[in-house]
Ligand binder design. Structure first.
Ligand SMILES: NC(=[NH2+])NCCC[C@H](N)C(=O)O
Length: 616
């Protein structure tokens, strides 16, 4: 390339180039490249250049199947393009289209070569040098997320149990799925607010407070002993159903509470605190961080909302409802003048999108509430609260939890399962499993305890996340504690095995990082290459999950890493020994690949809320 030096404004250009370079370096340091995104961009360029007369051409990039003959990725745009031309009355053979596309793809370090195959598939072969360099950056900068278009303010509404009622397995699912979504979006670099939208404001508080006042008249000066809120709830409910006088007082209490009468607020706080303590025990055990902002938070906003909506509300048998284009309306004001779950959700979404200016709000609840959220979103669009051009809202629904008998998850005696009991059982069963494998004989008591907790909580979280959340799911400790198949136990073991390889070779992670400066990951052997390519898909997997918020994609990916690693390890020596078992050779390139695998796994585990242990 020739440069006209007379036009070269040295300082300004130097500064511009330096700036560009700095940006490039920063990008490599903080972000990993998404192969699918890169290919999509390249093929968009190629197809628009080759076929400028087609607006919005189909860009279809997919992973090739298992046969290396078909390359690593495919562009399958030629066939649909041929169809578009056919409809326009032009006959062009798909193979010819494919050929023309290939000729127009700009050269890129990612791609070694293309092959047009069959009726017009474009097989794409990744470049090994690119792969080696890309994987090596992991040692220097760690496992990084892919680029995002814009840093978003995201609110995730999850867990959200109800005060004075039992937190049940449905809430456990919401807690696990919601936490994992937060971890993923945080890792991608978004700004996340984790909100526990607890049910702390319904009419049930009237009867609870009235009952509290009767049973512990000195509650304002002495904390009442109501550790067993369930029983307390049942007692007050019984009185509410049987005693007209009490019922009246209960209603009066709600009114007083909702107008913030200090004594009623005090009673309400006492009751909420009991539940809060119980919920926190679960969150601490599962290492879940959440900020409580319950329905009560919206009381004054609900009052305001009703005023603002005066012209949009319709009378319906004494109720005031809001239609949003769906089959049912939201009930904004009940016939007795009170507010509902709908009212608080409408006030909440307005607060979230307009006062707090979130770009994206995610609700994680059971699929049974799908209609509620559809209606909420429909109404919010209608009254201008959701602007589809700038806001994204998702209801992340999930199926019901079933027992091993495929019936609703219950204890043997038919009661709802207490979550703390469930976690305790997990701990017990995890310990049994570790003892069965005689791990108690090799681990220190401290290591054993860590392994026990990692397995117990890990298996509960993982079995939930690894199932497509849209389906119902059978809760089975036997299944989740199996050490074969896509289970937490299998994966945690796989991870410790991978970590032990370098340990056997006497190489610490620090030493391996040191070695990565002078040695390269090897991707020569078929199985090395296969594993390397799986690791490079990490950014793509994360981007895919941001679209449908289905974490099972990540679980499938983790499982694929573990099984591909096993294939590699069975075929490629990392450490060679002589006949008496002494180490005679360490293959550094393979140790590097092993460590990169462990690092990607660690990152995935983190997003899934699993805590790997290096010894198990
Ligand atoms: N904004 C919301 N509606 N969040 C979900 C609340 C879940 C509700 N408390 C329940 O137990 O079903």
């Amino acid at each position: 390339m020739e440069t006209d030096l007379s036009k070269f404004n040295k300082e300004a250009d130097f500064a511009a180039v330096a700036e560009q370079l700095k940006n490039c370096i920063e990008k490599v340091q903080t972000r990993m490249q998404s192969i699918t995104e890169n290919l999509t961009n390249l093929f968009t360029t190629a197809i628009t250049a080759a076929f400028p007369d087609i607006t919005d051409p189909p860009i279809v990039i997919a992973l090739s199947g298992n046969n290396p003959k078909f390359g690593d990725y495919q562009c399958n745009s030629a066939l649909p393009l041929a169809n578009i031309y056919k409809q326009l009355g032009k006959k062009i053979a798909p193979r010819e289209i494919a050929q023309k596309i290939v000729e127009n793809v700009p050269s890129h370090e990612l791609i070694e070569k293309f092959e047009v195959a069959g009726p017009g598939f474009i097989n794409i072969f990744l470049d090994k040098n690119y792969a080696t360099n890309s994987l090596s950056t992991i040692f220097e900068y760690g496992v990084r997320p892919p680029s995002i278009k814009k840093k978003l303010k995201v609110l995730v509404d999850f867990s959200s149990p109800n005060i004075a009622k039992e937190m049940h397995v449905g809430h456990l699912r919401s807690t696990i799925i919601g936490d994992s979504i937060c971890r993923l979006l945080e890792f991608l670099g978004h700004d996340i607010l984790r909100i526990n939208h607890v049910g702390d404001w319904g009419t049930q508080f009237g009867m609870l407070i009235a009952h509290l006042q009767d049973k512990f008249p000195d509650y304002l000066v002495k904390s009442p002993p109501i550790s067993d809120l369930q029983t307390f709830y049942k007692e007050s409910k019984k009185r509410f159903d049987e005693d007209e006088e009490f019922k009246k007082r209960a209603y009066a209490s709600v009114v007083k509470l909702q107008s913030f009468d200090p004594d009623h607020i005090k009673a309400w706080e006492l009751i909420c605190n009991v539940s809060r303590k119980e919920f926190q025990k679960i969150y601490d055990r599962l290492d879940i961080k959440l900020i409580e902002r319950g329905e009560s938070f919206y009381q004054t906003r609900m009052e305001q909302l009703v005023k603002e909506l005066a012209n949009d509300l319709e009378e319906d048998e004494g109720r005031k409802v809001l239609w949003g284009g769906g089959t049912i309306p939201l009930t904004i004001v009940k016939s007795d003048g009170g507010f509902t779950y709908d009212t608080s959700d409408m006030a909440a979404i307005k607060h979230r999108l307009h006062e707090e200016k979130h770009d994206w709000v995610i609700y994680v609840t059971d699929a049974g509430q799908a209609t509620h959220f559809q209606t909420l979103f429909g109404c919010a669009k209608k009254i201008g609260v959701i602007d589809e051009k700038v806001h994204r809202v998702d209801h992340v629904g999930f199926g019901v939890v079933l027992g091993e008998d495929k019936k609703k998850f219950k204890t043997r005696s038919g009661d709802t399962v207490r979550l703390l009991d469930l976690l305790d059982e997990g701990l017990r069963r995890a310990l049994d499993k570790l003892k069965e494998k005689e791990r108690d004989k090799v681990l220190t008591p401290e290591e054993l305890k860590q392994a026990q907790e990692s397995v117990a909580y890990g298996c509960i979280k993982y079995s939930d996340l690894s199932h497509n959340r849209n389906h119902e799911y059978v809760f089975s400790f036997d299944k989740m504690l199996e050490d074969k198949g896509n289970t937490a136990v299998y994966l945690l073991y796989a991870y410790t095995r991978i970590k032990s390889i370098a340990r056997t070779a006497n190489l610490t992670p620090e030493k391996i990082r040191e070695l990565s400066k002078t040695h390269q990951i090897t991707l020569e052997h078929d199985k090395e290459w296969k594993l390397g390519k799986v690791l490079l898909r990490f950014p793509d997997v994360l981007l895919k999950i941001t679209k449908d918020l289905c974490l099972h994609h990540l679980c499938e990916y983790v499982y694929e890493i573990a099984t591909t690693f096993t294939e590699f390890y069975d075929n490629c020596y990392c450490i060679e020994r002589d006949s008496v078992g002494d180490i005679v050779n360490i293959n550094i390139g393979r140790i590097l690949l092993t460590e990169a695998t462990a690092m990607v796994l660690e990152r995935c585990f983190y997003i899934l809320g699993l805590k790997p242990v290096s010894k198990m």
